[in-house]
Design a binder for this molecule. Structure first.
Ligand SMILES: [Zn+2]
Length: 272
């Protein structure tokens, strides 16, 4: 799967990443929707193919934006490019569906190829110097209260000590620095965690909808757990294989076998 590799935009020395197929064992290892869960999952799937491709250990130093590209590629491989979501209208409370293509959404985000300075830092128009956040930065700040986590992350990536001291100044100045860096990050190293416009078909109210690929993807894998257990049960019954053997199958192989077993049962029922 993902045989041609995934191009990384912001990891100059490792321009490509390859991911092996997700297995039942990988799916069973997911317990939540946090960044550490996603980092662990992708880290397990990275397959090194030559010196210029990403290695498993590189996941912690990978920029959040490039990791998001890997998550999108993995989502697309498992579920396809189309995203369907069900929403509740904030005005009339009707339930309605929206759908969009993940690739188109990504294309609209990656509008420009950023150029870093020699030391891999970037600068806001106001002169604040920062580096791009990595998975390691995100994991270290993920324990902070949700309202503070993003600001903590942004403070962490400011590289000039004078700006670090500036952050200990007034709340207004701190806000100004955080906003300036956030705005640059959204432009040069975006992730699919954004506000989208949606219109309720019942009352025509336009509303903002938050879409976070990481949460959406991991929630979907967690919801699929019941199918995983069902498929394990079917394959164990049909072939007598051990749990470890079944969990080591790729998701695709497991589903194909479960479908074959199901088809055979239906044929058996028809002729009995
Ligand atoms: Zn409505």
């Amino acid at each position: 799967m993902i045989q041609s590799g995934i191009s990384l935009r912001l990891t100059g020395n490792k321009p490509k990443a390859f991911l092996s197929p997700i297995s039942g064992s990988d799916e069973k290892g997911i317990y939540g929707t946090t960044t550490p869960e996603l980092v662990t999952l992708i880290g397990k799937l990275i397959e090194r193919r030559g010196g210029l491709s990403l290695a498993s250990d590189d996941i912690y130093g990978l920029t959040a934006s490039d990791r998001d590209r890997l998550a999108a590629a993995l989502y697309r491989d498992i579920y396809g490019d189309r995203i369907d979501a069900t929403l509740r209208c904030r005005s009339c409370e009707s339930i309605f569906d929206i759908d969009f293509q993940l690739a188109s959404l990504q294309k609209s985000l990656y509008r420009e190829q950023p150029e870093a300075s020699a030391d891999e830092t970037y600068q806001t128009p106001q002169g604040y110097v920062f580096r791009l956040p990595t998975s390691e930065d995100e994991i270290e700040t993920s324990g902070a209260p949700q309202s503070d986590a993003y600001a903590c992350l942004l403070e962490k990536i400011l590289v000039d000590p004078c700006y670090q001291s500036l952050l200990s100044g007034s709340e207004a100045r701190r806000r100004e620095v955080v906003d300036a860096v956030e705005s640059q990050l959204t432009r040069i190293a975006p992730i699919v965690d954004l506000e989208m416009n949606a219109r309720c078909p019942e009352c025509s109210t336009e509303q903002k909808v938050h879409f976070d690929l990481q949460r959406f993807f991991l929630e979907r894998l967690l919801q699929d757990r019941r199918w995983l257990m069902h498929e394990i049960h079917m394959i164990a019954n049909a072939y007598g294989w051990s749990l470890d053997n079944i969990l080591s199958l790729s998701r695709r192989e497991r589903k194909e076998l479960a479908n074959l077993i199901d088809d055979q049962r239906l044929v058996g029922r028809r002729w009995s």
